[in-house]
Design a protein around this ligand. Structure first.
Ligand SMILES: *[C@@H]1O[C@H](CO)[C@@H](O)[C@H](O)[C@H]1NC(C)=O
Ligand SMILES: *[C@@H]1O[C@H](CO)[C@@H](O)[C@H](O)[C@H]1NC(C)=O
Ligand SMILES: *[C@@H]1O[C@H](CO)[C@@H](O)[C@H](O)[C@H]1NC(C)=O
Length: 242
């Protein structure tokens, strides 16, 4: 009895061995790179693969796998916008060579948590003693406003005197897209950047926008403070041009 069971087990493992050997090794390091709710599946060529491989990548939508890249020679597949920014999606990829296939490598993708939120675009107007900033949310590939994907969205603004990049002021938890910031040293050039924080997440900061013109007397004030140097800064709380 025991011998018969052992024979069966050997036969079963032989079967599995032959089945496995007719398969290709599967793609390695399968990951999802997601920016603004897009999803790009990437992978590495399987180890020990000899033949020229192609790959098929699929996404499950409503319980059905849809082929997005069919026998591609690339090592990435742009899965396009995810069907929704809410929910979890199953992506999978396999390698092929002729009639041989590898098994699928599956990856779960949760866009709302996994995606990198890009920077807002800024419209900045420097005025005499303040700066007015109007922010626009990054455009998502799902073509929905950010507030459809996250229950709450706030902004973080950073600004600094252009000549003092180590003294950065930060304003957090800003709810409005239009913000006015008072400048402590009017007459100096300032730089400003912003990021959007969807609930529980952090977006990327925009490139700094700087006041290039240095309006009103600012060039004079900078010239004076450079000439007189430290002494002036110690004596006066604000720069001479202010
Ligand atoms: C998978 O990624 C690791 C770490 O980056 C790397 O060392 C390895 O070579 C990769 N595998 C393949 C098959 O390229
Ligand atoms: C792989 O493709 C290259 C060029 O496309 C070809 O020169 C080479 O013979 C192919 N190798 C195999 C094993 O099919
Ligand atoms: C994938 O390509 C094969 C031919 O290479 C074709 O027969 C099949 O219908 C294609 N599948 C899809 C989903 O486009």
């Amino acid at each position: 009895m025991a011998a018969r069971i052992r024979v069966l087990i050997v036969a079963a493992s032989l079967l599995r061995f032959t089945e496995a050997s007719s398969q290709l090794p599967k793609p390695d390091n399968v990951t999802v790179v997601s920016f603004n709710m897009g999803a790009v599946l990437t992978w590495d060529i399987p180890e020990y693969s000899t033949s020229n491989l192609t790959y098929t990548a699929q996404m499950r939508v409503l319980d059905e796998f849809q082929t997005v890249c069919n026998h591609t020679g690339d090592r990435h597949c742009d899965m396009g916008p995810v069907p929704s920014c809410l929910g979890v999606f199953l992506l999978r990829v396999r390698a092929e060579a002729g009639t041989m296939k590898s098994c699928w490598v599956k990856v779960l993708h949760k866009p709302s948590e996994d995606t990198v939120i890009g920077a807002p675009t800024l419209q900045v107007e420097f005025k005499a003693e303040e700066v007015e900033v109007v922010m626009a949310d990054p455009v998502l590939r799902v073509l929905r406003p950010l507030t459809d994907c996250y229950s709450k969205v706030s902004y973080v603004l950073r600004y600094w005197r252009k000549d003092r990049p180590d003294h950065v002021l930060e304003k957090k938890g800003v709810a409005d897209k239009r913000v006015r910031l008072r400048l402590n040293d009017p007459g100096n050039s300032y730089c400003i950047q912003a990021r959007v924080d969807p609930y529980g997440r952090e977006g990327l900061f925009s490139e700094p926008v700087c006041d290039q013109s240095g309006r009103r007397a600012s060039s004079v004030s900078q010239y004076v403070s450079r000439q007189v140097g430290r002494v002036v800064k110690c004596v006066l709380p604000s720069t001479p041009g202010a």
